[in-house]
Write a protein that binds this ligand. Structure first.
Ligand SMILES: Nc1ncnc2c1ncn2[C@@H]1O[C@H](COP(=O)(O)OP(=O)(O)OP(=O)(O)O)[C@@H](O)[C@H]1O
Ligand SMILES: [Mg+2]
Length: 336
């Protein structure tokens, strides 16, 4: 805790300096392998700042075990009050983007593009909110730090223009980042805290499932989601990413990377049952919607092929606020 307090004190100094000069405060990326306490450290640093009446932006890019919304998404939140140990971050409207998978490697091109869009939105917000700008950002990442995972860390650092990277428990990652990052980026290495608990695959799956349940029902079952029918004709469902094809079958000049972010319309079928879908806001057209914040999530609980309609579970009553739905790999069976 003393180390964490010292890091916080150093960040506070940078915030004070930023306030004096009306410039941007510290932007911190937290990186390291799985189960080293990245999310916990992010939460501690965000909380300490919020207690001093700063309004840091917490960015969670961990699509599997993120804390802002449900798995398969990433997002950001202006934190005005500290995270509560029982209820999580206090009710504030987060900025949430669709990704659709539990791991970045499932569609790396999309992951990269969504991160770029999110960073632009945050830069934009910071330019209109001087307190948030001075308070800076704390960016939590996922534990994939090798090969393409490492490249994505570099991408995150560059688009968010981070100036501090905290590496937990990984000498090699620390050395690589020192080699590859520009000089103005300070890289700090911290030891893994002795208390960190290793989580099994099963624990992670259970925790993902309970995040979806909490989204619909609330942590204390204080929410009542709605179930209603939606006709097939009322919605357009897309999956992002074309199935992988050998290069010889691709159109001349097309690389698979473009395929990874291609929108594929989905025909309603039984296969969609139990899938969580992201609900795009507004009527901007599918292509634009993918890189804009989503307005929420629904689950398809039944597919009635005979009457061409879905039964859905939704946090808000009918009608749906938009027409475009994006499919995810996340499934949720509403069994209490
Ligand atoms: N100092 C600590 N004392 C006790 N428990 C801790 C401590 N730090 C973390 N934990 C617990 O250890 C587990 C893993 O920590 P955390 O989620 O912060 O790791 P992570 O690096 O973010 O993992 P992931 O790679 O899965 O995102 C959590 O259940 C957390 O509550
Ligand atoms: Mg984590």
């Amino acid at each position: 805790m003393i180390t964490y307090m010292n890091v916080h004190a150093a960040l506070e100094q940078l915030r004070d300096q930023a306030a004096e000069k009306s410039i941007r405060g510290p932007r911190v990326m937290i990186a390291g392998p799985v189960d080293v306490g990245k999310s916990t450290l992010s939460r501690i640093l965000v909380n300490y700042a919020a207690r001093l009446e700063r309004i840091p932006i917490f960015v969670d890019l961990d699509v599997g075990q993120g804390e802002i919304s449900i798995p398969g998404s990433m997002g950001a939140l202006i934190v005005q009050r500290p995270h509560d140990i029982e209820t999580g971050y206090p009710q504030a409207i987060p900025l949430v983007y669709h990704f659709g998978h539990k791991a970045p490697g499932d569609n790396l091109s999309l992951y990269t593009k969504v991160i770029s869009s999110l960073s632009q939105t945050i830069n934009d917000r910071c330019s209109h909110n001087s307190n948030a700008n001075v308070s800076g950002c704390i960016i939590n990442t996922c534990g994939w730090i090798k090969d393409a995972g490492y490249k994505s860390l570099i991408h995150i650092a560059s688009v968010f223009e981070v100036n501090i990277i905290i590496v937990i428990d990984q000498e090699r990652l620390y050395t690589e980042l020192r080699r590859d990052m520009p000089d103005f980026v300070k890289i700090i290495q911290l030891q893994k805290s002795g208390g960190v608990v290793n989580r099994t695959r099963q624990t992670r799956a259970t925790s993902r499932d309970s995040r979806v349940r909490n989204y619909f029902y609330g942590i204390d079952k204080e929410l009542s989601p709605h179930c209603f029918y939606v006709n097939f004709s009322e919605v357009s469902i897309y999956k992002i990413g074309a199935p992988e094809l050998p290069a010889s079958l691709l159109p001349l000049g097309m690389v698979m990377e473009q395929g990874e972010t291609k929108l594929m319309p989905m025909v309603p079928s039984e296969a969609l049952r139990y899938h969580v879908l992201s609900l795009c806001a507004g009527e901007r057209g599918a292509e634009k919607s993918v890189y804009s914040p989503v307005s929420g999530f629904i689950v398809i609980t039944e597919v009635d092929m005979e009457r061409s309609r879905f039964m859905i579970l939704s946090p808000a009553p009918a009608p749906l606020p938009g027409k475009i739905l994006l499919d995810t790999d996340i499934t949720f069976m509403d069994i209490k």
